[in-house]
Design a protein around this ligand. Structure first.
Ligand code: SF4
Length: 94
């Protein structure tokens, strides 16, 4: 029996810091190529392109991989930090 990526991600636990987004973006950044890098590269699929070509983003399911930081810090991504203390993702493999 094979397991999908979504099923694997679904077993992780996320401790979301509701009062402090560890990643902030400019959802209306004008360069579509920059926005599409994020839509295509985030392994958790957290960047979505809206019909009006703005981005939707929810840091709650972040895997803390740093891909969006490498690709777009200084353009679409305005802030990238690890979550504080005990917050963030807890990977569960079993
Ligand atoms: S750090 Fe990784 S998982 Fe988190 S939003 Fe950026 S690309 Fe997605």
């Amino acid at each position: 029996m094979s397991i999908t990526v979504e099923e694997k991600l679904g077993v992780n636990k996320y401790f979301v810091d509701e009062g402090n987004a560890h990643i902030e973006i400019d959802p209306a950044y004008p360069d579509m190529k920059e926005k599409m890098k994020l839509v295509n590269a985030c392994p958790a699929g957290l960047y979505k392109l809206n019909e009006n070509e703005t981005l939707s983003f929810d840091y709650a399911g972040c895997l803390e991989c740093g891909t969006c930081r490498i690709l777009c810090l200084g353009t679409v991504v305005k802030k990238w930090e690890f979550p504080e203390g005990t917050m963030g993702v807890e990977f569960r493999y079993g």
